[in-house]
Design a protein around this ligand. Sequence first.
Ligand SMILES: Nc1ncnc2c1ncn2[C@@H]1O[C@H](COP(=O)(O)OP(=O)(O)OP(=O)(O)O)[C@@H](O)[C@H]1O
Ligand SMILES: [Mg+2]
Length: 227
Amino acid sequence: MSKVVVEVQGLYKSYRSGDIDVRVLHGVDLTVERGDFVSVMGQSGSGKSTLLYLIGGLDRPDRGEIRIADRNLSELSDEEMSSIRRTRLGFVFQFFNLVPNLTVEENVLLPILLDGGNLAAAQNRLTEILEIVELTHRRRHRPSELSGGQQQRVAIARALINRPELLLADEPTGNLDSTTTGEVMDLLRSINRDTSTTIIMVTHSNECADYGSRRIVVRDGTIIDET
Ligand SMILES: Nc1ncnc2c1ncn2[C@@H]1O[C@H](COP(=O)(O)OP(=O)(O)OP(=O)(O)O)[C@@H](O)[C@H]1O
Ligand SMILES: [Mg+2]
């Protein structure tokens, strides 16, 4: 595998709102290497989430190229794209998006379940990932029986169950108090360090951004690297 995990070149994205074109990204270039932990900052509405979704193949750019591990996303069919999303990417959002009537372990196994994968074969990985996020003792709990920080750790475990090389996190601590924010950030840092999982994390918090190895700012539709 090459050292570059994400290569973004000349990315443009506008949204149409009524008869106005809202230019969100115009001419974004970004290279992320394996093991990087990139914090993405910038004002509300500057296009941080848009950039993350484009990188994750959840939306398509108007113009420009995105390569994930040497695959050009614009050349992929929807089917190939979702396969890459499931196997090579992990997503974590501000609102944990857990399934309320499933237990912790069922939520974590969901990507494998939805993929028709072998649940029995995933048991070792499940045990391992629950250890990493320190939720082994809560494996049979439902989301409503967990704290916010614990719920986010379930979401992180779910994002990591398939050992993705790239984790995309959109304000993962945006809904947490300062203590649980610290727990979640410590977890992300150790995942980044221990497994070389590349992380791109959007945050409004300077403290959270400091956990990253590199900081970029989205401003006026482009990126200013503040490494
Ligand atoms: N689906 C959409 N349709 C129309 N406009 C959109 C859509 N998604 C985003 N936008 C617009 O694009 C701009 C960038 O949105 P985006 O969500 O990327 O900002 P952000 O930097 O993540 O902001 P925040 O910090 O508030 O989350 C905003 O002006 C928003 O209104
Ligand atoms: Mg956003």
